[in-house]
Design a protein around this ligand. Structure first.
Ligand SMILES: Nc1ncnc2c1ncn2[C@@H]1O[C@H](COP(=O)(O)OP(=O)(O)OP(=O)(O)O)[C@@H](O)[C@H]1O
Ligand SMILES: [Mg+2]
Length: 472
């Protein structure tokens, strides 16, 4: 899907930076649609200079839309939209002197030039129907006045400002209007309700938000630097985020607005989730500790045995249990219930290397590739599998040799995970595959349970390959 900036550059002669400015504008212009109770259309000049194309559109939340249909892609000429052309050419805001009738509905329309670094790039039209607009009261008056400022800033090139944050709260969530010193001149009913939830009962009009002593209200800084800034008020379990937008006219701050939104519910959910995450991590940590305890108990027991066979059987169990412990260790370090499997395999290769390779043998184990995070129920059997295969290579591939290489590779192919353990040793005998010993049988049954395949072939040594589907 083409982005808005791409689309604009296809229609119009514009640099990437200029198209990017229009894109940023369109991620912030809901505020203008809501304050002006208007539909907004962005007209960009086409390469053929006398035509404009609608590149983006937005509808107001505060009023009925005039355009239930999609307007993007509509082209107009100068006679059809004289004020768009005029506003573009003269770089000034123009209003239709009289409401025009469209399908019998009177529409008032303003055209606002979009300026960037001194150049007019495009034109926004603000269109509303006087007939359907709400009964004008103080709120409407205040909104429309603020809309005038925002329009003016767009035409001057100071809106959207540099590094303006995305994700705007809605005007309807709460609005404070500030005078040029930052004092509250007016507050919407929703804004006042949110203050009441914070325990503020006294009159806020004529006071500064910062006086409330409820946290970070960056009005002063936003006004001093003439930029939009975010802040937050909090008390107890109530959190209100703020966005401060100073109104700038020819470089001076003339006042501003603060849009507020109650995010207490969201915060509470985030807190619950993070507590849950921490609990899950803690459980994985304890499981890991328990498995390590079991492994060391078996190790102690192995030392007391006289039979070589019994001792090596216990030692293998120690490795198997330890590889499962490694999965839980990795999970205990992750915020979610998935394990970075490459990390698990690296730890396994270190563990079997340290435990099984005698210090004077030159055997190197390498791990390459990545497969990202996989769920715990897949990671555990795969960890045991990798342990068995790496252990086999160390124990059987290099008999009578003093050096060898073992390469473990991980690949993700669409919805499959492929784990390959390749050594450059003596190779495996056909009969060994039917052996009644435990290692390969464990691998076969674990992989079958995951619905995967397991193959051992001779290829300049032994190549064992496991392929399992990754479930969603
Ligand atoms: N990488 C390898 N190179 C050469 N031979 C191998 C290799 N892997 C396995 N084999 C042969 O296959 C046989 C079966 O392997 P398997 O892992 O099932 O048993 P094991 O390693 O002998 O015993 P266990 O794993 O139960 O301790 C091994 O005994 C060995 O002869
Ligand atoms: Mg084995």
């Amino acid at each position: 899907m083409a982005t808005l900036a791409d689309r604009i550059r296809r229609i119009s002669e514009m640099t990437i930076e200029e198209a990017e400015h229009l894109r940023t504008l369109c991620s912030s212009w809901q505020v203008l649609a809501d304050l002006s109770f208007s539909d907004l259309l962005l007209y960009v000049p086409m390469r053929r200079a006398d035509r404009f194309e609608v590149a983006a559109q937005i509808r107001p939340f505060t009023s009925q839309t005039l355009y239930p249909q999609d307007m993007v892609g509509t082209r107009v000429t100068q006679p059809e939209q004289p004020i768009v052309e005029r506003s573009y050419r003269e770089g000034q805001i123009w209003s239709q002197p009289e409401p025009v009738l469209v399908d019998g509905v009177p529409i008032r329309m303003d055209a606002v030039p979009v300026r960037y670094k001194g150049k007019v790039l495009a034109v926004i039209t603000k269109e509303g129907s006087p007939a359907t607009s709400r009964r004008p009261g103080r709120l409407e008056q205040v909104y429309l006045e603020a809309a005038e400022y925002v329009s003016h800033m767009i035409s001057e090139g100071s809106f959207p400002g540099p590094r303006m944050p995305g994700d705007w709260p809605r005007i309807g969530d709460g609005l404070f209007v500030l005078d040029e010193t930052g004092r509250v001149r007016w507050a919407s009913p929703n804004a006042l309700s949110s203050l009441r939830r914070l325990g503020i009962k006294q009159n806020i009009l004529g006071r500064y938000l910062g006086e409330l002593g409820l946290g970070d209200t960056p009005v002063e800084e936003a006004f001093a630097r003439s930029i939009t800034l975010d802040g937050e008020l909090e008390r107890g379990d109530t959190y209100i985020v703020l966005r401060v937008v100073p109104f700038i006219d020819s470089g001076s701050v003339m006042g501003g607005i603060v849009i507020s939104r109650d995010v207490s519910e969201v915060r509470q959910k985030e807190r619950l989730i993070s507590v849950k995450d921490a609990t899950i991590r803690e459980i994985h940590h304890r499981v890991k500790n328990n498995l390590q305890t079991i492994a060391s108990l078996l190790r102690l027991q192995a030392r007391r045995l006289n039979s070589e066979e019994a001792r090596s059987a216990l030692q293998e169990s120690v490795l198997r249990i330890s590889s499962i412990a490694l999965v839980h260790e990795t999970l205990s370090e992750n915020p979610s219930d998935v394990a970075e499997f490459g990390e698990v395999v690296r730890r396994i290769s270190r563990m079997v290397g340290e435990g099984l390779i005698s210090p004077d043998a030159d055997i190197q184990v390498s791990v390459t590739g990545a497969c990202g995070a996989i769920s715990a129920d897949l990671a555990t059997p795969l960890a045991v599998t990798v342990t068995e295969l790496a252990q086999n290579a160390i124990e059987h591939a290099f008999v009578g040799r003093d050096s060898g290489r073992i390469a473990i590779t991980l690949t993700k192919i669409s919805d499959h995970l492929v784990v390959r353990v390749q050594d450059d040793g003596v190779g495996i005998e056909e009969s060994a595959l039917q052996s009644s010993r435990l290692g390969l049988q464990i691998v076969r049954s674990l992989i079958a349970e995951l619905g995967g395949t397991f193959e051992v072939t001779n290829n300049k040594g032994t190549r064992a390959e496991v392929r399992v589907p990754i479930k969603r």
